[in-house]
Design a protein around this ligand. Sequence first.
Ligand SMILES: [Zn+2]
Length: 273
Amino acid sequence: MEKKHSAKVAWQDICLPKAEGGLGLRDFVTWNKAMNLRLLWLLLVGTNSMWIAWNAEHRLKRTNVSATEVQSNSSWIWKNIMALRPTAKDLTACELRDGERASFWYDTWTSHGPPIDYVGTEGPRKLGIPITAIVAEAIRTDQWSLPLARTKCPALQNLRLTLISTHIPLPSRGSDCFKWGPPFARTPRFSTKITWEHMRPTATKPSWAKVVWFKGHVPKHAFTFWTANLNRLPARARLVTWGMNISPLCCLCNQQLETRDHLFLHCEYSEQL
Ligand SMILES: [Zn+2]
């Protein structure tokens, strides 16, 4: 006889924290992405690691991570890491100090994100600031090299206003500081916890979670109760929909369909127990 297993609860629901109705398992695809984002962060800020140094030299060729084109013959892992760049961009910002590390076009050092994103690839030519420039290179005689005030391009007007309201970088302010995390929760170091929380699937907290996973719960009972709350108990009416050749009627009263609500709430036989 062919043995067929059906999942009671979808994997993505199981991977939610217990407080959000899951079993608290980690979804490894998401976890792997969070780990790969750490490598992107290290490529951005630099580290003593041989792997980072080799890739910075040979793959990035000292260009900005965001600007690097991924070659079709690049390794699978490199393509996967580079595919996470849009996510990394949302999680990275640079606190501008001396302007010697932040890329003028590619890093998020203003509140509007990387200038290349809103000015466009014509930006470097229009503004006369090379695509490879660091922010300090946008300073001429102690002032921002601004787009012309009469410019009709809305993006350049926007950049002009942004630069006017931004302090110019100064060596006395120390080194530019890259930060990681969602806006309002950024820290100068990579945090696996913050990254995982940002990446993982979330759900609203069900009212029953605390009743199921209370301190001192019996695992077997808690699991059954958890399954019941999700309405995924293998009651007969459900087993029949899975293709099992059995009666869908209640095993206690044998009169109505055996569903969770019937067993726990409406069955006359179980009411008497
Ligand atoms: Zn019944």
